[in-house]
Design a protein around this ligand. Structure first.
Ligand SMILES: C[S@@+](CC[C@H](N)C(=O)[O-])C[C@H]1O[C@@H](n2cnc3c(N)ncnc32)[C@H](O)[C@@H]1O
Length: 258
């Protein structure tokens, strides 16, 4: 790692608490370098000085490092497994499940979960925690406005029931919104709650180093009740899941052993 980038990592950690060293280096550095070059700074040192003085540059940096792409029913087949196999078991064990969408981005993931939960119980009884590192993205999640790009997998019946058409896209219904509580949280440094029935954490762990992932799996395992499930992204299989007391309940679903 160059001294220039290493110092940048330290400065960002001091300013924000975000530790860029826990993200895969080649990928992260490339992303940040291209943004830095675009803004006309030859070194990370001069780029940091500019970021520290200009909040719009700083927000642009945060936006670039966090990669916020999401969509409703992302990898739809997995959500079908959740609805048809995983949730019926979890609900038979606990009729008031504790649910968490970790790294929820613009909200498509927790809202998808809410819409699926509504086929099991009244939405007014559904309560989902949704967290992300990026405060700005959480504001967008709370607004709940989406364009076609993130809606292409939404079943037609769900679209008509839980969305209203606006000029440029769709808005999620208030009753769905009320079932989700958004909070800012850094998965790599903040503590987690306990006794979760279901934790969904998808398409963020790919950005983390092996060491960071290892710690995170341990924290997720501790946060789940025995029998609870961690639902991961479709490129994020856990190797040697048993070291975290997980067994595979279905592809990309890990059940904490009792
Ligand atoms: C590609 S999105 C995934 C969104 C959603 N889970 C999905 O699969 O569609 C990755 C999200 O991870 C968040 N993120 C990155 N690092 C994080 C961290 N250390 N703690 C919490 N969230 C983080 C980003 O802000 C971004 O919104």
């Amino acid at each position: 790692m160059t001294a220039d980038y290493q110092q940048f990592i330290m400065q960002i950690k001091r300013k924000t608490g975000i530790d860029l060293a826990l993200y895969k280096e080649a990928q992260m550095k490339r992303r940040l370098e291209s943004l830095r070059d675009k803004r006309g700074y030859a070194t990370f040192l001069s780029y940091y000085q500019a970021l520290a003085a200009d909040s719009s540059l700083f927000h642009e940096f945060l936006e670039r490092m966090t990669i916020n792409v999401s969509e409703f029913y992302r990898n739809k087949k997995r959500w079908e497994v959740l609805e048809e196999k995983i949730l019926p078991r979890l609900l038979a064990e606990n009729s008031k499940p504790k649910l968490w969408s970790a790294a929820c981005s613009t909200g498509e993931e927790p809202y998808t979960l809410a819409m699926i939960m509504a086929s099991f119980m009244p939405l007014s009884e559904v309560s989902i925690l949704a967290t992300d590192l990026d405060k700005e993205i959480l504001k967008r999640a709370q607004v709940g406005f989406y364009t076609d790009r993130s809606l292409k997998e939404v079943p037609p019946g769900v679209l008509s029931r839980y969305f209203t058409k606006e000029l440029m896209g769709y808005k999620v219904s208030e009753q769905v919104k009320r079932s989700v509580t958004f909070k800012q949280q850094n998965l790599l440094s903040d503590s987690f709650g306990t006794q979760y029935d279901l934790i969904i954490c998808r398409n963020v762990m790919i950005y983390f180093t092996e060491e960071a992932k290892h710690e995170l799996y341990q924290k997720f395992s501790q946060a789940l009740r025995p029998g609870g499930v961690l639902f991961v992204g479709s490129t994020e299989q856990i190797f040697h899941a048993d070291q975290y007391h997980f067994e595979t309940e279905d592809t990309f679903f890990y059940k904490k052993k009792g």
